[in-house]
Design a protein around this ligand. Structure first.
Ligand SMILES: O=C[C@H](O)[C@H](O)[C@H](O)COP(=O)(O)O
Length: 233
């Protein structure tokens, strides 16, 4: 356990992750409310002289980074990312994840895949014994009906995600539709990830089962953080 103690689990996790960032690093910037705290801390460190380049995983994150004065590059501009810090919606004991409540899972997977190391920041409500979904699935609009039928044939319930602040479906930053696939408890996350991602028309789902070998999870509690996975800084 590491003491920080401000009573906000997401803030504790987000701030702790910023300690892993070293001068000169290219840093993947994930999406969500927990990573926003990491960016707050990075912005403070940049004012103190830290030099980094951030690679954002969403338009929202790019906007937040610019507001905070974090220099940015696109994924096209970098050959490798030193460290990516991102959030998650569910984390199982093997460090398999479900991501994508913010509809950013496709870009998040690209950035994670280009990274030497991945730090996931979350509060303890995200820890679970078994992933259970819903699994966000990004689908090209042309294939909406086809993918929906395929997913239903797999036995789950498909819901087109509605916008909270707009009428109609949520569109991802890539202009695609987001489905939430309610599968129930997921016995084999890797198998389900492959099965969903192999449906023609699917751009990417939110199960991320293949990153545990480069991953550290920082779990924020009220007054401290727990570190799971790779420990060295
Ligand atoms: O698409 C969104 C991302 O996968 C987020 O990292 C994830 O939903 C966690 O977000 P938050 O930190 O706000 O709980």
């Amino acid at each position: 356990m590491t003491k920080s103690g401000n009573g906000n689990p997401k803030e504790n996790a987000g701030y702790k992750a910023a300690e892993y960032v070293r001068d000169g690093m290219i840093v993947g910037l994930g999406t969500g409310s927990t990573v926003a705290f990491t960016m707050d801390r990075l912005a403070e460190r940049i004012k103190g002289g830290l030099r980094i380049t951030g690679v954002p995983t969403s338009i929202q994150t790019a906007m937040k980074a610019r507001e905070r004065g974090i220099p940015l590059a696109s994924l096209d501009d970098v050959s490798q990312i030193d460290l990516t810090i991102d959030g998650a919606d569910q984390i199982d004991p093997s460090l398999m994840l479900i991501k994508g409540r913010g509809a950013a899972q496709v870009r998040e997977r690209c950035v994670a895949d280009a990274s030497k190391r991945l730090i996931i920041v979350a509060d303890s409500s995200k820890l679970c014994d078994q992933l259970s979904g819903p699994v966000p699935v990004e689908v090209i609009p042309f294939a909406l009906g086809h993918v929906t039928r395929k997913l239903e044939q797999m036995g789950g319930v498909v819901v087109v995600r509605d916008g909270v602040k707009k009428d109609g479906p949520v569109l991802s930053d890539n202009g695609n539709i987001i489905l939430d696939y309610h599968s129930g408890p997921i016995k084999d996350p890797q198998a389900l990830e492959s099965e969903i991602n192999n449906i023609p028309g699917v751009v990417g789902c939110g199960i991320m089962a293949e990153f545990s070998d480069i991953m550290t999870v920082i779990v924020g509690e009220n007054d401290d953080c727990r570190i799971l996975g790779i420990k060295e800084e």
